[in-house]
Design a protein around this ligand. Structure first.
Ligand SMILES: Cc1cc2nc3c(=O)[nH]c(=O)nc-3n(C[C@H](O)[C@H](O)[C@H](O)COP(=O)(O)OP(=O)(O)OC[C@H]3O[C@@H](n4cnc5c(N)ncnc54)[C@H](O)[C@@H]3O)c2cc1C
Length: 419
């Protein structure tokens, strides 16, 4: 089978479906070639199945969420951002609600509803979606991109590569697009886990599952403070996870993962050192006969106390009344800054996003077109763009997808007019 279209989109995930829908809406004949039996498999597991679809943070904050590379997104976000995203989804039947931190979720808390709305967008404008069609090879023959799947060949003058990153490969994102990009002469920057749980030097397996509610975590490189975030965290079998830890781990990855990094936990961010010291003194006064072990239960989850005490190097049974001033200061200091040295990340397969990707200087930020190969575009996570948690990564996928789809459809119309 050989089929010709105006535009071929490789990958029917978040950004590919957005690109295809927009290009079809503008009248292009679009084919989406999707490897898996269903489109948007990763979309279906986003936000723990609820899909944090976007965030209404101001433009500058949305840009900052992508670190140094964020400025690439000014054009895309300037053209299609939160309001446009919510309006588009609503016009295809998906209402969203706003939650803490400006995060938006579908009103029925179902990521599948997001996928259904995207599919409706495509169906209504006539996109042809080919499932179980993994692109094995792509090459240029004359003015046409030729894509080969196991038993079919598709060609079009414009191709959009939307194959995602390397995380959760079971959803289809196995990095094929990086291979295609390199073959077309593009540079792929080093690929690393972004938003991945951190493995600590200190063993924490006995704390697995313990939540840290409203703590402050600071990323340190040597003694240099990189960033402090307040919120929830979680002990895993080999380290730390949870929203604030994932964001710090992304920042660590962006720093080229320096070896002498640590995460310092402030268990009582609402109290400064003096207030916490006064609170400890008050607790000690009221419970002078209690052991240190029992007294610490007023301040820390009981599962954490043995580790805390062993770091303090004080006997658990010591009566609190016998603590001298220096020991009390050590306790407060440790409550305000309990360090875990970062050993590494969990593997990329379990990360939320991929840090690294197609070098942005090789892409036109106004059209997502390759500066090397006419007619080739890239969207979504395959680009060297990894954002913080909060809906920013999907917003990047929607925005780059929409802008690329629109640019591709306009280029396709010009080609048609010229022929
Ligand atoms: C567990 C988890 C939760 C997340 N939650 C959120 C969240 O709540 N909010 C948020 O903003 N972000 C979230 N993300 C990140 C977000 O899902 C991704 O950034 C986004 O899906 C990237 O979109 P994409 O289109 O670039 O790639 P993908 O959505 O990964 O789509 C790529 C598609 O390309 C297909 N493909 C790959 N190779 C080929 C090939 N050779 N031929 C044909 N098809 C191919 C794949 O099968 C896949 O369908 C989450 C990620 C994970 C893993």
């Amino acid at each position: 089978m050989k089929t010709e279209f105006d535009i071929i989109v490789i990958g029917g995930g978040a950004s590919g479906l957005m690109a295809a829908g927009r290009a079809s809406e503008l009248g292009a004949r679009v084919a989406v070639l999707e490897k898996k039996h269903k489109p948007g498999l990763k979309l279906g597991i986003t936000g723990k199945g609820r899909c944090n679809i976007c965030n209404d943070a101001p433009l500058e904050d949305s840009i900052d969420a992508f670190g140094r590379n964020g400025k690439f997104l000014y054009n895309c976000f300037g053209h299609f951002h939160t309001a446009e995203t919510l309006a588009l989804f609503e016009s295809y039947g998906l209402k969203c609600k706003r939650e803490r931190g400006g995060r938006y979720f579908p009103i029925d808390d179902s990521a599948h509803s997001v996928r259904d709305a995207l599919m409706k967008f495509n169906r209504m404008h006539g996109t042809s979606i080919f499932l179980n069609h993994a692109v094995k090879r792509i090459h240029k023959s004359g003015n046409l991109f030729v894509c080969q799947t196991a038993d079919a060949t598709f060609s079009a003058p414009i191709a959009i590569i939307s194959t995602g990153g390397l995380s959760y490969p079971g959803t289809g994102s196995e990095g094929d697009g990086y291979r295609f990009a390199k073959q077309f002469g593009h540079t792929v920057t080093p690929l690393k886990p972004g938003l991945a749980a951190v493995i600590t030097e200190e063993p924490v397996s006995e704390l697995e599952g313990l939540s840290l509610r409203q703590v402050a975590a600071t990323l340190l490189v040597g003694e240099r403070k990189i960033n402090t975030l307040q919120g929830d965290a979680l002990f895993t079998t080999s380290g730390l996870s949870g929203p604030i830890i994932l964001t710090l781990s992304l920042q660590w990855a962006r720093l080229a993962t320096p070896p002498d990094a640590a995460i310092s936990i402030d268990w009582k961010p609402a109290l400064d050192f003096e207030k916490l010291a006064a609170r400890l003194d008050r607790d000690i006064l009221q419970n002078s006969k209690k052991s240190l072990n029992n007294n610490l239960r007023l301040l820390l989850p009981s599962r954490f106390i043995p580790i805390f005490l062993s770091r303090l190097d004080l006997p658990p049974e010591k009566a609190v009344a016998q603590l001298n001033r220096a020991e009390r200061i050590r306790i407060v200091s440790l409550l305000k800054a309990f360090r875990f040295r970062i050993k590494s990340h969990e593997p990329i397969e379990t990360a939320i996003v991929t840090e690294g990707g197609i070098r942005l200087s090789e892409i036109d930020p106004k059209t997502l077109a390759s500066k090397r190969v006419p007619g080739l575009h890239f969207t979504g996570e395959i680009l060297d763009l990894a954002g913080e948690t909060g809906g920013f990564n999907l917003q990047m996928s929607w925005s780059t997808g929409y802008v690329a789809g629109e640019a591709a459809a306009k280029a396709s119309a010009l080609l048609r007019d010229a022929s």
